[in-house]
Design a protein around this ligand. Structure first.
Ligand SMILES: Cc1cc2nc3c(=O)[nH]c(=O)nc-3n(C[C@H](O)[C@H](O)[C@H](O)COP(=O)(O)O)c2cc1C
Length: 400
């Protein structure tokens, strides 16, 4: 079993991740980890904090001559902002901020100050997840599996995703500071973020994580907790501010009859014909577009579309895996929200603290990490083995 634990506070000295269960022999490319950490730091609408931090993971254990040994990997990311906070004498935060963990955390842990709650509940922790996820991506890459993401919506701006294969969509998303492959929508997204900032408000949105090259057979229907869709939803929903997860265009599917949803099995010739028909009757909804385009790279028996998002019966079916996630608007707003001072019971309003206006592009990178993590775990479960070479040998005999 692959697992990781994180430790660290938003303004503490560092974040830590302990990654356990990796096979021996995996090349730990520190630049790949660094690159994902940089991708998480970016994005239009983020706070000035991201200019202070220069996230880089130091690999402290579990690696010998650049490769994993089978021992736990310890990763450390410095919080450069700690230097600005360690000597501050901060008054207790007794006015809980709506949308934050403040109130529920104070009640649960019997605290009369929300600061220790917000320090650990902060999404700064997701930097450690991205480092762990980057290692999972390295393992997946050994088996030809790639994970990428794009932003489909910010506030009320909905992108028209171009008709391109996933790798080309990712390249466009990568070049965009809102991670959106539709440049016209990207411009409107930036304007929406600027308008929210000027209004003292914040925005959420929707991102899509796509995994390609996933073989059929990961996950299982035989027990509830082994279902791949459930495991992905859990992992992505565990990201702060993610309040909805769907596999494929699930909510849209729910509004359509079965004959328009289920992905038919095709011979190669039928697939070619379906591609042409599909193209002619392209559905306008952006989610359907993503599903149609990514369905082109099929594994084994071709399918007409990929509205199932690559999973049937809790098992990967060889199609690209598509996970969509809804992020709520950032809870910290310059415009005060009504609250209560828990020390006095008197009405109060929230105090603004430096914050992102929109973090959907960054959350998409965290989404990639969580999806990669689940897929790496499921792959390890499928193939078994204590070393990468054992895993590969098992993959060959199992035709993966
Ligand atoms: C990448 C990322 C960055 C975030 N940045 C902020 C931020 O700057 N300010 C803020 O109030 N919330 C931010 N959030 C959201 C909060 O962490 C989150 O809403 C809060 O901890 C409460 O958790 P919940 O929304 O899951 O209930 C961010 C979330 C993510 C994923």
């Amino acid at each position: 079993m692959l697992r990781f634990l994180t430790a660290g506070e938003s303004h503490g000295p560092c974040l830590l991740a302990i990654v356990e269960g990796l096979p021996a022999g995996l090349l730990v490319d520190e630049e790949a980890i660094h690159s994902d950490l940089q991708r998480r730091q970016g994005g239009y609408g983020r706070s000035a904090r991201m200019q202070i931090e220069q996230d880089r993971a130091e690999v402290l254990s579990g690696v010998w001559q650049g490769r994993t040994t089978g021992a736990p990997l310890a990763l450390r990311i410095e919080n450069r902002d700690w230097a600005n906070w360690r000597d501050r004498d901060l008054p207790p935060l007794t006015v809980p901020r709506p949308g934050h963990a403040d109130y529920a955390g104070m009640v649960k842990y019997g605290l009369d100050d929300a600061r220790p709650v917000s320090e650990r509940a902060s999404a700064r922790e997701t930097a450690a997840r991205v480092a762990a996820g980057a290692v999972a991506k390295l393992l997946l890459a050994e088996f030809g599996i790639s994970v990428g993401s794009l932003v489909a919506e910010i506030g009320d701006v909905v992108a028209e995703i171009p008709a391109l294969p996933p790798h080309e969509l990712w390249a466009l998303a990568e070049a965009s500071d809102v991670r959106c492959p539709d440049e016209a929508a990207a411009e409107r997204m930036r304007e929406a973020i600027d308008a929210a900032r000027e209004a003292g408000d914040s925005l959420g949105g929707v991102f899509v994580v796509i995994a390609t090259g996933v073989p059929p057979g990961l996950g299982s229907y035989v027990h509830w907790e082994r279902r791949l869709d459930a495991r992905l939803a859990f992992a992505v929903m565990s990201i702060p501010a993610i309040k909805g997860v769907e596999i494929g265009p699930a909510f849209e599917n729910a509004r359509l009859p079965g004959t328009r949803v289920h992905d038919e099995f095709l011979t190669q010739t039928a697939q070619h014909a379906a591609r042409i028909t599909d193209h002619a009757s392209r559905i306008t909804d952006h989610a359907s577009r993503i599903m149609d385009h990514v369905s082109r790279s099929t594994f084994h028996v071709p399918r007409s579309t990929n509205r199932a998002g690559g999973i049937e019966g809790g098992i990967s079916n060889g199609q690209p895996i598509i996970v969509r996630a809804a992020m709520k608007p950032i809870p910290t707003t310059v415009t005060p929200l009504r609250s209560v001072d828990l020390r006095t019971g008197e009405p109060a309003t929230t105090q603004y603290q430096r914050s992102d206006v929109c973090a959907v592009p960054a959350a998409a990178v965290v989404g990639e990490a969580m999806v990669a993590w689940v897929l790496a775990d499921a792959l390890l479960e499928k193939l078994g083995g204590d070393s990468l070479s054992e895993m590969k040998a098992h993959g060959t005999t199992r035709n993966l």
